[in-house]
Design a protein around this ligand. Sequence first.
Ligand SMILES: [Zn+2]
Ligand SMILES: [Zn+2]
Length: 157
Amino acid sequence: MIPSARVCAIVLRDAHKEEGNPMKLDGGCHCGKITFEAEADPEDARICHCTDCQLLSGSAFRTVVPTVEDGFRLLTGEPKVYVKTAESGRRRAQAFCADCGTHIYATSVDEGPKVYGVRVGTLRQREQIVPRLQLWSRSARPWLGELETIPKVEKQV
Ligand SMILES: [Zn+2]
Ligand SMILES: [Zn+2]
């Protein structure tokens, strides 16, 4: 991460800590088997442009909001977990619905309190969650900056 982005992230984090404004969220997978509740500060929402997020999501980037510690509770269903090992050697548990394939969260594989990186698209409140930071911008798809110039249709062609 470039130093200025790091400073910016720290400033954003400290600013919100004073306000301390986590929000109750809930969501689920496409087939409906997995439902959950979570608690997270929408100000912490970020985009990840890393190539693992591109591959695992099958999309250009992933949008995530980290929960407060242990701020995730399954209501129904049980996700399948795939543990990925990053280039750095860091292992992350990726939870998804084994029936419909919806990605739900990623978290650490260590013991102790966990922060869950909830996939914003699974949240009922996703309209209210605007990402505040872009990580791994060096592998961002180069056309993202030109999105506004790509022709749009309201539904499908
Ligand atoms: Zn499902
Ligand atoms: Zn990523």
